[in-house]
Design a protein around this ligand. Structure first.
Ligand code: HEC
Length: 104
């Protein structure tokens, strides 16, 4: 049942305005877009700025995959917090989102 629901959730998110790809839909369903957007700074940096920061760095994808599956510390309003990870710490989902962010 779970296997069937995920594609449906992605299809529903894709139908939403402004959602351009399955990876963006995954970012949305994992709550990432509450703090990030593709091209505007919110609580977190714009994903395009993250892509810029990591441009040309060979280990960028591996680093972000770990960050998004295992977590890391970030500063929110001057306070150190644990950054959110994808649901269940799923490395495949984290890797896919990491790749997408770096492609922006
Ligand atoms: C509660 C708000 C919040 C949520 C939810 C959130 N983030 Fe973040 N994220 C931040 C903040 C704040 C930073 C930047 C912290 C800093 O610069 O130290 C950040 C940084 C990042 C970075 C850059 C890391 C780096 O090394 O430069 C990436 C990539 C990222 N987030 C992706 C995601 C993804 C994908 C999700 C969903 C699984 C997500 N974020 C959910 C607040 C959030």
């Amino acid at each position: 049942m779970k296997k069937l629901l995920l594609p449906l959730a992605i299809a529903a998110a894709l139908a939403a305005p402004g959602i351009a790809s399955a990876d963006e839909a995954a970012a949305k369903s994992n709550g990432c877009l509450k703090c990030h957007s593709v091209d505007k700074k919110k609580d977190g940096p714009a994903f395009k700025d993250v892509a810029k920061k990591y441009k040309g760095k060979a280990d960028a994808e591996a680093k972000l995959t770990t960050f998004l599956s295992k977590g890391g510390k970030v500063k929110v309003d001057g306070q150190e917090e644990d950054h959110k990870v994808v649901k269940g710490g799923d490395a495949a989902v984290a890797g896919s989102i990491a790749k997408w962010i770096l492609s922006l």
